[in-house]
Design a protein. Structure first.
Length: 443
């Protein structure tokens, strides 16, 4: 595979793997799409649709929602126009658009992986197509599937740039431009995507340090790629007289406060109070005033306990649907999410100390992606949907580390992974049981 190869072409994998992936993704997606129709959109999902219609009527500058950025609303407005032109139900077209965007991201990752191994590419392709944690978001108007898809594009792009750099191929400025453009789009779709600045910056610094690209080309690509941020700044200046590409409402302060008070949160549609909190009072001493980042530094023991428990809770999928109607007391789904979590952590550690998982790029890259995600998500009012980009990345890491261990017949790595899994799974379940007991909605 060369620098000029399109990463959007159909992946060069086995026909059976390709067919299985397509069938799994679109059949599972359709099932969840039908379920979303039966349940009807609520809360943010309904609000986004209303705002998209408002954009079509009065323009993007008419949106005065200080807690939101423009990009996802603008995308929905375009889909709405196309649905009207084609005389198709808007919900169906939104579902197909979101699912197809995710599928394109899978194709990009698969093509990058294919530069190393066709078997591994087929495996990752099928596993991402069967990503049961992400697919339920394809049929609902929330930012999560677009956000996760962009994250996968960027993960694949960073892996590709690392591959080009190691093979001493020329790295075109266009890769930097598209990376910055996607990063800017992700931030204006979901501001929490600012965590992606950490791995993207690390990737750029490596390119400059190794003199793989000219600094002036990088600066030009950044200036051009940041167009979505410029648009958000202009909209904020017009509507609020504030120069910022983030929401005008200071959500960060609220998220930090809620993130200390609660282990995690879910929106509940099963009747009664729609807010399902998992208070942290049984775990730590809740402050009466100091709801800032300094709390973590001033209360190190409680902070470590809270962050570890929140990390485990982030991978405990006690709910699968974005807006659940019933509690899932089964632990079946968490078996898979915890296994992915463990294998992802193993991949980070093994690559950090051995630098053998070449596909993942620099030995520090998986760790930096993990720390970047944790730095924003774990201190916030954590919801399971915040985990979707990381669990998708961990599917890639898990596949790579298992492929390496099996192909290399590395008994030490296999023993480390297997023994650690046996030891850690009961611990994960025990912590998750404690978290579920804190839920304000039981039964």
């Amino acid at each position: 595979m060369t620098n000029k190869t399109s990463l959007l072409k159909l992946p060069n994998i086995s026909r059976s793997a390709f067919n299985i992936g397509v069938v799994l993704l679109f059949s599972l997606g359709f099932v969840f799409f039908i379920q979303q129709i039966l349940e009807s959109p609520r809360f943010d999902a309904l609000k986004y649709l209303e705002l998209a219609q408002q954009v079509n009527s009065n323009g993007i500058a008419s949106i005065k929602e200080p807690i939101r950025t423009f990009a996802y609303i603008w995308i929905l407005s375009l889909v709405s126009k196309i649905s009207y032109f084609l005389n198709l139900p808007i919900n169906l077209l939104i579902f197909l658009t979101q699912l197809f965007t995710y599928y394109l991201a899978i194709i990009v990752v698969s093509n990058v992986v294919n530069s190393h191994s066709r078997i591994l590419s087929s495996t990752i392709y099928v596993l991402l197509c069967a990503n049961i944690f992400v697919i339920p978001y394809s049929g609902i108007t929330l930012t999560d599937l677009f956000y996760t898809s962009i994250c996968l594009f960027l993960f694949g792009g960073m892996m590709w740039i690392e591959f080009l750099q190691k093979s001493e191929q020329f790295i075109s400025t266009k890769w930097i431009f598209w990376g910055v453009l996607l990063l800017s789009l992700a931030i204006t779709i979901r501001p929490a995507a600012v965590w992606l600045l950490i791995p993207i910056s690390f990737c750029l610094v490596r390119l400059l340090w190794n003199k793989s690209i000219n600094i002036f080309d990088v600066l030009l690509a950044i200036l051009l790629g940041a167009i979505p941020l410029y648009i958000q700044i202009v909209l904020n200046v017009i509507n609020y007289k504030v120069i910022s590409f983030l929401p005008v409402t200071d959500l960060g302060s609220f998220q930090i406060k809620w993130g200390i008070e609660n282990i995690k949160y879910a929106t509940w549609l099963g009747g009664g109070n729609p807010q399902n909190f998992y208070p942290s009072a049984a775990l730590i001493n809740i402050p009466t005033q100091d709801f800032t980042l300094w709390w973590y530094f001033n209360n190190l023991i409680d902070a470590v306990k809270l962050l570890i428990v929140k990390l485990i809770g982030a991978f405990d999928f006690d709910y699968l649907m974005p807006y659940p109607y019933y509690r899932s007391n089964q632990w079946f789904l968490s078996f898979f999410s915890f296994t992915i979590f463990w294998l992802g952590l193993c991949g980070i550690v093994i690559h950090l100390f051995t630098n053998k998982l070449k596909l993942l790029g620099s030995r520090y890259m998986p760790l930096i992606i993990f720390i970047g995600w944790c730095s924003v998500s774990l201190i916030s009012a954590l919801e399971l949907r915040f985990t979707l980009p990381l669990i998708s990345y961990f599917i890639i890491v898990a596949s790579v580390v298992m492929y390496f261990a099996i192909v290399e017949r590395n008994k030490t790595v296999l023993l480390f992974i297997g023994a650690g899994w046996i030891i850690c799974m009961p611990i994960f379940y025990q912590i998750s049981h404690f978290i579920r007991l804190q839920s304000t909605i039981q039964g």
